[in-house]
Design a binder for this molecule. Structure first.
Ligand code: SF4
Ligand code: FES
Length: 254
């Protein structure tokens, strides 16, 4: 039989963006260790609803580690204690009976709390809109392999494209920097020939948007890399810096 555990949860409750929040304690009793973290929160919410209380607001969509919607800080770790794992893919077997967990939203100046554990990550959308696409008219779909791409280049682009835009890197960074996210988005296009024509414009525009939206600067703490559920590496930040410097030196785009 699957073991069951009981936990105390200190959960951040905040009615809205301009209201003061506080930690409230709830108990998650007889939780199957096969449950995901979000399923455990579902159980707590079911009980809160039965008791006539407001359920805890938290974000999710796919629950498969794909969409980037889920995420909060569990006892100081964005997405919880397991490396390379989103909160929706984190299972309760990684916790022990009697544990007390502190559950808070991703905290950053650029991410306002909407309610409880839900934060507004639309600043990421604005960065993407500032340059994370290809607008060159490419005509009809070319035959496969018309543009030859070395396998290692394709692999590195694919690794960068694994970023799901969850925001854990920002929450983990002491400067609330979005450099890992932006570098992943810049890299996955800049590494491929199709992304080169607008690489300079993209790097400059996305970095400007990141600065305008009040994200902090990178000071090589590497917390972002340690907490990223998709294990995006800071090698991408080095590439972003190179792209940005090159763009500033050789491009007329400002
Ligand atoms: S770089 Fe990692 S932590 Fe940051 S948004 Fe992308 S997937 Fe999330
Ligand atoms: S709910 Fe989609 S990544 Fe977690």
């Amino acid at each position: 039989m699957t073991p069951k555990i009981s936990l105390a949860l200190k959960v951040w409750r905040q009615e809205g963006p301009n209201v003061k929040g506080r930690l409230e304690t709830y108990y998650a009793e007889n939780i199957s260790t096969d449950m995901s973290f979000l399923e455990m929160l579902d159980v707590v919410n079911e009980q809160l609803t039965l008791d006539g209380k407001e359920p805890i607001a938290f974000d999710y969509d796919c629950r498969e580690g794909i969409c980037g919607q889920c995420g909060c800080v569990v006892s100081g770790r964005p997405h919880g204690p397991e490396k390379g794992t989103t909160l929706c893919q984190l299972h309760m077997r990684h916790f022990s009976d009697g544990d007390t967990l502190v559950i808070e939203p991703f905290r950053a100046r650029a991410f306002k709390v909407v309610k409880d554990l839900v934060v507004d990550r639309s600043p990421f959308d604005k960065i993407i809109q500032a340059g994370g696409y290809i607008s060159a008219n490419t005509g009809g779909a070319p035959d496969a392999n018309n543009i030859l791409i070395p396998q290692d280049m394709a692999d590195r682009a694919m690794d960068a494209a694994a970023c799901i835009g969850c925001g854990a890197c920002v929450a983990a960074c002491p400067n609330a920097s979005a450099m890992l996210f932006v570098s992943a988005k810049v890299s996955h296009l800049a590494l491929l020939p199709q992304g080169r024509p607008e690489a300079a414009k993209r790097a400059l525009s996305m970095v400007k948007a990141m600065d305008d939206l009040c994200f902090g600067n990178c000071s090589n703490e590497r917390e972002c890399e340690a907490e990223c559920p998709k294990e995006i590496t800071i090698v991408n930040i080095a590439r972003l810096n190179r792209e940005f410097i090159k763009a500033g030196l050789f491009s007329s785009v400002v």
